[in-house]
Design a protein around this ligand. Structure first.
Ligand code: SF4
Length: 208
């Protein structure tokens, strides 16, 4: 998706312009790996975690930002939250290798703090270009940061989860981040909701 009008932050504008002239996912990854639009994050990171994009994925999962494991390995969702995500996906009949996985932010925020709004705005040029190139019909947002990226700040997950939304010429299923499911435990509401929402995404992309 090309940048929609000029952005107020010159660094965000530069990312959007660089992303817009990438014509493959590999090209986006290559450009993003050299990105220093957020100098503090660029100075601390081990990897730019560009995301997993298999060929023709069933849908795209968008989380918040890489953690320590992801930063070290350069892949998204491979720590505890990633293991739970894989289990929940398998439980609804979806192999992790058949879905794309990315984050709003491609660099790890220090001490796993939440991304700032400025960081999320800067990085969205890369993510939106990846979405345009991968062109899947459905996106699943995991947690509040990804929900704010998709639907704006001030939207409550409890008001929008549990159903499929029409969104930018495609479909959107908002749900909890797996780390919330871990925090609230195996009997907590977030895990049940995550299971139900990923089952909904699976059924929507491959109706039985
Ligand atoms: S978080 Fe995104 S925009 Fe910021 S430096 Fe990393 S790749 Fe660039």
């Amino acid at each position: 998706m090309p940048p929609r009008g000029r952005l107020a932050d010159p660094a965000a504008q530069l990312v959007a312009e660089r992303a817009a002239v990438c014509f493959s996912l590999d090209a986006v990854g290559e450009q993003a790996r050299g990105c220093i639009a957020c100098p503090d994050l660029a100075a601390e990171r081990t990897s730019v975690v560009v995301g997993d994009f298999p060929e023709r994925p069933r849908f795209v999962l968008v989380g918040e930002a890489p953690g320590a494991h992801e930063d070290a390995a350069g892949r998204p969702f491979i720590g505890k939250a990633g293991q739970l995500l894989d289990e929940v996906l398998a439980g609804v009949g979806v192999d992790r290798d058949t879905v794309a996985v990315a984050n709003v932010l491609k660099c790890r925020p220090p001490a796993n703090r939440q991304p700032t709004r400025a960081e999320a705005r800067r990085c969205q040029g890369w993510l939106e270009r990846q979405l345009a190139l991968v062109d899947t019909p459905l996106v699943v947002t995991l947690g509040g940061t990804a929900l704010a990226w998709a639907l704006g700040h001030g939207v409550r997950l409890s008001d929008v989860r549990g159903r499929v939304h029409e969104w930018r010429d495609r479909l959107l299923v908002p749900t909890f981040h797996p780390s919330a499911a871990i925090r609230f435990g195996p009997k907590g509401g977030p895990l049940a909701a995550l299971r139900a929402d990923l089952a909904l995404a699976a059924a929507t992309t491959c109706p039985s």
